[in-house]
Design a protein around this ligand. Structure first.
Ligand SMILES: *[C@@H]1O[C@H](CO)[C@@H](O)[C@H](O)[C@H]1NC(C)=O
Ligand SMILES: *[C@@H]1O[C@H](CO)[C@@H](O)[C@H](O)[C@H]1NC(C)=O
Length: 532
């Protein structure tokens, strides 16, 4: 009897912990315009988990779930929009990915704004989505909308139109983009996001250039990105509303896929939920051919995935040759994930190209010794969680930043593009596989990354359910998101106090000279009187 009541109490506590307490099933609409496989990994886990907890989901995405889930209705929106090749055409016409990576931040932001808008537009004009847009509020039977939040703010208009809360999922802690979202909420002096080498005593000139940079960046974001998204809203939703207003009133939650120690600590509002690693579920059995390839390898397996922006078929020939020379001379076997090709000309015998096994499952296999990657944050989290030391070959600034962090944590090595040679690759891989400390450190870092009151996914689910339960999360929404920069950073108050100070000084000076003058005159009068 007693043990039964203990058991009930235990169950109640457990369900409370898992955020299941008073869990109401909801109809959730998921909009996922980007076809990027890595962003999609986040959504796939979230959707599967929400479906297993009594929610009904309808997913519109540019990428199939490849999973037959109960309570999930899927509309694959084809054709896919190739974000990276569009970006490359826009920003570095005729150039390579390396040229794109060398672009100035300002130019890259500009191109992202315009290609981002094109991606959303491409999504919205497809037939299934058009049908969704035509629904009247009475027919729009969803309680909550979840969107991939990456140059897709126009989608907030759907929630606005039907008065439903929207949750944004930021799959990667993409540097510039996050800045602009967060700066709307934090004074720049508290925001260490952009200070790569953050120190607590920033000098006057550092702070001056930070604030200038921050204001310029924000202005550019408003002028280019928000303007492009607002244009889409006017065209497809027939509503005139600006993005900051939409964010302030309809963005219930931002799920951020990062967590310490993979980012710098920063002040957060309850509305911003760090759920880093939320895409990482328990490992599953590998597909038979991949499994056999891994298990038959006597000298371990090295896993390679060079990022969504770098299709294997488009690797420059010299780079490909270096990789082939390097791989063919090693005893280990290699698994290379390519989403674009099934085979490559001249591929060494010890390399298997695969495109359908999730890398979290491959990385979970004990034979996998190292992970050669581009510094993508999601991959980095996976490598750490699965205790596989990494070799980074980063291209972009955000990738280099992630990689540097991993190197500083002692779980990875990175090669500069200029150091991309067979000898350097061999050296780095030998270090990673032979030096014991990488294995030991990565276990510590992994445990630190996962050490939280609730796991990443459980935390994300708790907050999604919170929004469902409590008026669309109205109480946790910040009022500050659409504050103008000069108000947020109190510039107008500085000007006011400066004016007051000048006035007080002027009055004091006037009084001083007035008194001085009066006394002078009195003295002169007295002198004159004496003379006469
Ligand atoms: C989810 O779908 C099932 C089956 O269609 C239905 O019985 C249930 O009421 C739905 N739940 C919600 C919250 O609409
Ligand atoms: C370049 O590669 C060599 C090994 O060939 C290595 O010793 C060196 O540290 C690398 N340098 C950088 C900057 O990665």
């Amino acid at each position: 009897m007693q043990s039964k009541s203990w058991y009930a109490l235990y169950l109640a506590l457990l369900s409370l912990l898992l955020g299941l307490g008073d869990c109401r099933g909801a109809n959730i609409l998921v909009l996922f315009p980007h076809a990027s496989e890595s962003h999609f990994a986040v959504m796939r886990t979230l959707v599967a988990e929400l479906a297993s907890r009594e929610h009904n989901l309808t997913v519109y995405s540019g990428h199939g779930l490849n999973d037959n889930l109960e309570r999930v209705v899927e509309h694959v929106v084809r054709p896919e929009f190739d974000f990276w090749s569009n970006l490359q055409e826009q920003a570095a016409p005729g150039g390579s990915l390396e040229d794109l990576a060398l672009l100035s931040e300002r130019k890259l932001r500009s191109s992202l704004a315009s290609v981002g808008a094109r991606a959303v537009e491409h999504f919205l004009v497809q037939a299934p989505v058009q049908k969704l847009l035509e629904l009247s509020t009475a027919e729009f039977d969803y309680d909550l909308i979840i969107v991939d939040y990456f140059y897709t703010e126009a989608l907030l208009a759907l929630g606005y139109k039907h008065n439903k809360p929207t949750i944004g999922v930021i799959s990667t802690d993409f540097g510039n983009y996050m800045n602009a979202v967060q700066e709307a909420l934090l004074p720049v002096a508290c925001s260490p996001i952009d200070y790569e080498a953050y120190t607590k005593d920033l000098g006057f000139s550092a702070r001056l250039s930070n604030i200038r940079e921050c204001m310029a960046r924000r202005k550019q974001f408003y002028n280019e990105h928000y303007t492009a998204q607002e244009k889409i809203i006017r065209k497809h939703f027939k509503i005139a509303v600006n993005i900051p207003e939409l964010q302030a009133h309809h963005l219930a939650l931002l799920l951020l896929n990062n967590h310490v120690p993979l980012w710098t600590p920063r002040p957060l509002l309850p509305q911003i939920v760090p759920a880093g690693g939320l895409h990482i579920r328990g490992p599953r059995e590998l597909m038979w051919n991949v499994k056999r390839f891994v298990e038959e390898s006597k000298n371990g397996v090295i896993y390679i995935q060079l990022g969504n922006e770098q299709p294997c078929g488009q690797l420059p020939q010299p780079k490909l040759q270096i990789l082939f020379d390097f791989m063919s001379a090693r005893k280990a076997r290699f698994i290379w994930t390519c989403h674009d090709v099934k085979t490559l000309q001249g591929l060494p015998k010890n390399v298997l190209i695969q495109h359908s096994v999730p890398q979290i499952d491959i990385l979970a296999h004990p034979h996998v010794r190292a992970f050669i990657m581009n510094g993508d944050l999601l991959s980095l989290q996976e490598g750490i969680t699965r205790h596989v030391p990494m070799l980074g070959l980063p291209n972009f600034r955000n990738e280099r930043k992630n990689m540097q962090l991993a190197v500083d944590l002692g779980v990875a090595l990175q090669l500069e593009p200029s150091n991309f040679t067979t000898a350097a690759l061999n050296w780095a891989l030998d270090e990673l596989t032979k030096q014991q400390h990488f294995q030991l450190t990565i276990r510590e870092v992994s445990s630190e990354f996962r050490d939280r009151p609730l796991g990443a996914l459980a935390n994300a689910l708790f907050w999604v359910n919170y929004v469902v339960r409590h008026r669309g999360g109205a109480a946790i929404r910040t009022r500050g998101i659409d504050i103008a920069s000069n108000h947020l950073h109190l510039f107008d108050l500085f000007v006011f106090y400066f004016g007051v100070a000048i006035t007080v000084c002027a009055v004091l000076i006037a009084i001083y000279f007035g008194v001085f003058y009066a006394m002078q005159r009195k003295r002169n009068d007295a002198k004159l009187a004496k003379l006469s």
